[in-house]
Every structure is written in C-alpha cells, then in structure tokens.
Design a protein around this ligand. Structure first.
Ligand SMILES: [Zn+2]
Length: 359
C-alpha cells in the first residue's frame, strides 16, 4: 500500500462516518457506528504504516492521527445534535399542550327506561295513598293461579305459558300474586302497588318477551267502583306521559276480575297509524283491569259483602317503549346501550339523585 491509497481509505472512512451520523435515529446507533468505524479501521491503518517507505511514514502517521481526531469530533457532534433535536421536539409538544382545554367527556350513566317508568308510576300511586310492596319472582301455584280464581282445570292457564320449576313452583307469570299476599298480610281497606319482573314461556319477537316488567295495583275499600278505576288509570297515564293520552276500555276476560277490561292506549310509536309494536292496529294493550272477583277477595281473607275493589296489571315494559319510542321490546333486555340509553336521556335522573331525594 502506498500513501495515496492510505489517504483515500481514510477519506472514505470520514465520508462513511458522516453518512452514518446523518442516518442515525438514536444515540445507540451513533455509538455503534463509532465503534465500527474507528477501532478496527484505525488499527489497520496503523498496521499499514510499516509497509510504507521510511520517508512517507511520518506524514502518513500524522494523517491517521488527524483522521482519528476528526472522527471523534464528528461522532461527538452527532450525539449532541441528536440531543438537541429531542429537546426541541419536547418543547414543541409542550407548546402544543393547552391546559385550558376541557378534558375528555366521560359518558354519564342513566337509569334504564323501565326503571324510569317504574319510579314514575310509584311516585304517582304513592301520591294517591298506595303502598309500594314487593313479592317473590318464584311463586307457588296457589299464589300465581289458585288464589286468583284460576284452578288447575281452568282454561285461562293455557293463555299463560309458564316456566315450571323442578320443585313444583313456577316463575310468576304476572305481579298479581302480590295482591293475594298483600290482602292476606294487611286486610282491607287496602291500597298497594307491586312493581316487578314477570316471566312467560313465549316466543320472542318485536312485541313479546319472556321476561318483562309489570306493576300491579290494588285498591280495596267500601263502595269502590269502576269509575275509581278509570280515574286512577287516567291520572296515572297522564302523569307518566305528561299529557292526556287516548285510552279505550274493551271488555276482557280475566278470571280474577268481574267485570274485566282490557285498557288500550293509542300507540305512541306510530301515532295510531299502525306499526309492528301495535300489530298495525294503532292501539297497544297497556293493562288488564277490572273489579276484583269475590272469590279472589275470599282467598285474601276479605269479606266481599263488605268490601269491593279494583285491580290492574300495568305493563311497565310496554309503557317504557311508548314513553321513549323504543320500537322493539328485545332492545330493553339486550344491554345494548345504543338502544336503551340514547344521548338525549343521559342527562336524566341518576340513581344518586333519586336516592338523595328519598333520604
Ligand atoms: Zn304503532
């Protein structure tokens, strides 16, 4: 090797170092390039010194040392440059942060539509002197059927497909068993309402569910008549919907009332024009009601010669669908928040507020 080849080689080393530094994305990359381009190549160049003619060795040695120094400076400058870039990026980010901007909005939970309607009904009925009571969801045949004037052979049992349990009990098909329990516990006169979950062994579609909510109402006193029933129903629906709602009474057969009625209200979803929820009729069955059958009073240990009363079973699920315009009953049990907690209702009453108001 002669001195010009050695100088060319050292020149290449410098050029490669400059390129490696400009391409390096991290301090580690610069450090590893430094190791690769200084240690061995410089050692090789020093080793090559011996092969040069004597008079060229001094100049070659100076060139090697100068290259070594320059490489050291280049890499040091490269590291410093990288640090400056990082600091500048940090500062740019700090400048972009605006502490006065509002934070991310956390969605606030809301009550389930059925709960809202249930509490509304409880509020109205409590104002009329009704006591809110509960009852078990697993019931005996006696409370669910027998004491409601539906003996084992009665054809009305066919209308209520039932989930039977292994122990001979059943999942209550309506909240009416609470009537029996309340009459036996409190006697007459009596005003109770019993909201709760009910079950029917039914095929599920847009207007039928196997699990739904009702509220039972029962008023027993001397001289109670159908006009009391109609007045309470009208007031209740007006309060729930915050306006007068069109209702109609049709004669209906229910073994536990005599006479019995089917109370329909105009469909709030289609405005009476006809839709899947109202089965194209424009009317939705909201509740069966009527005057408590004397047999039922007797089963409740109340004397039908002294007391009369009315009872109704209001479909809370159906009512919630009407109030909030939920077109498909399946949405309510689905847990899908897009259906049961639309943005407009997220600002509604919260559990905390409700509990606070009760306390
Ligand atoms: Zn409709």
């Amino acid at each position: 090797m002669d001195i010009s080849a050695l100088k060319a080689k050292l020149g290449e080393l410098e050029a490669e170092a400059t390129r490696a530094i400009s391409e390096a994305k991290s301090a580690d990359a610069i450090r590893s390039a430094e190791t690769r381009l200084t240690k061995e190549p410089i050692a090789e160049a020093l080793a090559a010194l011996k092969t040069l003619p004597g008079e060229q060795r001094g100049e070659a040695g100076k060139t090697i040392n100068a290259t070594k120094e320059r490489l050291k400076e280049l890499f040091a400058a490269g590291l410093a440059g990288l640090r400056e870039k990082a600091v500048a990026a940090d500062q740019a980010q700090a400048g972009a942060f605006d502490p006065t901007l509002p934070g991310p909005v956390t969605a606030r939970g809301a009550l389930h539509p059925v709960t809202i309607v249930q509490w509304e009904v409880e509020r109205v009925l409590s104002g009329l002197g009704f006591t809110v009571v509960g009852g078990p969801e697993m019931e005996t045949d006696f409370h669910n059927f027998e004491a409601l004037n539906i003996p084992a052979t009665h054809p009305a049992r066919d209308m209520m497909d039932t989930f039977w349990l292994d122990n001979g009990w059943l999942l209550r098909t309506h909240t009416s068993p609470c009537q029996v329990r309340a009459m036996r516990q409190f006697g007459a006169p009596l005003r109770v309402c019993a909201p709760g979950r009910c079950f029917r062994y039914e095929t599920i579609d847009a207007s039928h569910e196997n699990t739904f909510f009702q509220v039972e109402g029962l008023m027993i006193d001397r001289n109670i008549s159908i006009s009391h029933l109609i007045a309470v129903m009208r007031m209740l629906l007006r309060e729930v919907f915050q306006r007068d709602v069109k209702v109609r009474l049709r004669p209906g057969f229910f073994p536990f009332v005599e006479p019995g009625f089917e109370l329909d209200m105009s469909c709030e979803i289609c405005g009476g024009k006809g839709c899947a929820t109202c089965k194209q009729s424009g009317w939705v069955e909201i509740l069966p009601c009527g005057m408590v059958h004397p047999n039922v009073l007797r089963f409740g240990n109340i004397d039908p010669r002294e007391f009369t009363g009315f009872a109704f079973g209001l479909g809370l699920t159906r009512l919630a669908m009407m109030k909030f315009g939920v077109g498909d009953i399946r949405v309510l049990n689905s847990g899908d928040l897009r259906g049961i907690a639309p943005a407009g209702r997220l600002a509604g009453e919260t559990i905390v507020e409700r509990v606070g108001a009760r306390a």
